[in-house]
Ligand binder design. Structure first.
Ligand code: DC
Length: 222
């Protein structure tokens, strides 16, 4: 097992962009576990399966092949060899991803995959339950959070990139619903690990966020 840097937190706290840059600066492999739950959700939508049908949704998760590949400096998500990186960011997927990821069978499949990915390499893995459940003994644990308004504003530009125009109000509503489901589900909810370092990114620049994590890791490892 390599060195594990776990980064958890709610939607829009800056986890993905930060984790990606931290991994780059440390020379570690970056793993976006939210993208994995989003890929399962996309397949559920495409298959016309109702999210309340837990057995069917779990079956879909078991059959999927999810991979990450770097293409022209961008990390792309592949679902059964198809690049779905943009489609998994749509509001349709965002609206269903929390109920899908609350299904224990789906989580079991994803967590096993995530643990397998960390067997050989040093990794930065971001999500909701990495420091609490996937790797409770991770070498480093960070919990990123920020004001809801700041988080929603960040998501506006994410949606613009894929050609969706959502209002701040719509995004705030989506984030609040997701946060509620993600943190209140019975099976490995979003929760700060007791020994995680909290970073409030509300008033931090991207550079500062990255530096806080990278400096901490380098200091301990040196
Ligand atoms: O980080 P994100 O917004 O792409 O995550 C999408 C959803 O996936 C999130 O609302 C909850 C779920 N998720 C999870 O349950 N556990 C993880 N480790 C990562 C994401």
């Amino acid at each position: 097992m390599g060195i594990i840097v776990a980064i958890d937190g709610p939607a829009g706290a800056g986890k993905s962009s930060t984790a990606k840059e931290v991994a780059f600066q440390l020379g570690f492999i970056y793993i976006d576990t939210g993208a994995m739950y989003r890929a399962v959700t996309l397949e559920v939508i495409r298959s016309n399966v109702d999210v309340s049908n837990e057995n069917q949704v779990t079956l879909i998760a078991k059959k999927l092949n999810i991979q990450f590949r770097w293409i022209n400096k961008y990390l792309r998500t592949f679902l059964n060899n198809e690049d779905v990186s943009d489609e998994i960011r749509s509001s349709e997927v965002a609206d269903l991803v929390s109920p899908v990821s609350a299904i224990p069978g789906v989580r079991d499949v994803m967590v096993k995959c995530q643990r397998d990915m960390a067997k050989r390499d040093n990794i930065v893995m971001e999500g909701r339950d990495i420091g609490t459940n996937v790797f409770p003994s991770a070498d480093f644990k960070f919990y990123l959070d920020a004001d809801i308004d700041v988080r929603a504003k960040r998501r506006i530009s994410d949606y613009k990139k894929i050609g969706q125009e959502l209002t701040l109000k719509e995004i705030k509503k989506e984030i609040k619903i997701r946060d509620k489901i993600d943190s209140s589900r019975r099976y490995s909810p979003l929760k700060k690990a007791y020994n995680a370092i909290i970073i409030d990114t509300t008033n931090l620049s991207f550079k500062e966020q990255v530096e806080m994590i990278v400096n901490r890791v380098k200091k301990v490892l040196s």
